[in-house]
Design a protein around this ligand. Structure first.
Ligand code: COA
Length: 173
């Protein structure tokens, strides 16, 4: 379904949105050929994504959430993807683009790219200078959107119990 950009609303989400986010994640898995493409989140793994500088943003169309994106700032925690990027001197100035999901019926409106822009604005406002993300080499839609948004591929990693992931990064500040 094609939607005019002006009809989309971007709103910061709270923890009460976790069940809806998990529901959208399951819907995404249900129409995926290879489920290795995405790491499955739980209520627990999402719960850290609502306290600044981390932020979760929902995309609403006519009052219904049709997509969301997550910026996660792990600080010095091992989850910080910047540890694998040689030219990021201080990992605390880098956050992860952790997840973006667009409901299948609404794909093809460039919503992931809009979400990346929105999360970048939050990250800059929070004093972040870099963003990193990992994407499966099989996930061409996400890869193309990150490349179009100015991210570069740093290297290929084995993550999450042996799954191949390309590590992307971008300087934002
Ligand atoms: C990756 C994702 C967020 C992209 O959604 P999006 O922003 O709507 O995608 P785009 O607007 O860039 O789509 C570009 C084209 O690819 C198509 N497309 C996008 N995702 C697709 C998918 N998963 N399967 C098949 N086609 C897809 C769109 O329909 C569109 O086609 P068109 O040009 O013929 O209209 C979405 O596919 C998704 O939610 N995937 C599951 C979760 C995931 O992989 N997230 C990223 C890793 S964190």
């Amino acid at each position: 379904m094609k939607i005019a950009k002006e009809e989309l609303e971007f709103l910061v989400l709270g923890r009460e949105s976790i069940p809806a986010m998990l529901g959208m994640q399951e819907e995404a898995f249900a129409c995926m050929e290879n489920t290795d493409v995405l790491r499955r989140n739980t209520a627990d793994s999402l719960s850290c994504c609502f306290s600044p500088p981390s932020v979760s943003v929902g995309v609403f169309y006519r009052g219904e959430m049709i997509a969301f994106g997550i910026l996660y700032a792990p600080g010095k925690d091992a989850e910080n993807l910047a540890y694998d990027v040689p030219d990021i001197p201080n990992v605390e100035l880098s956050a992860n683009l952790k997840l973006a999901i667009v409901r299948p019926a609404y794909r093809g409106n460039g919503i992931q790219r809009m979400l990346i822009g929105e999360l970048e604005r939050h990250a800059v406002a929070a004093g972040m200078r870099y963003l990193c993300s990992t994407v499966s080499p099989l996930n061409r839609y996400s890869r193309d959107n990150l490349l179009a948004a100015g991210y570069r591929i740093v290297k290929r990693l084995e993550k999450y119990g042996g799954l191949q992931r390309d590590l992307f990064s971008k300087r934002i500040g």
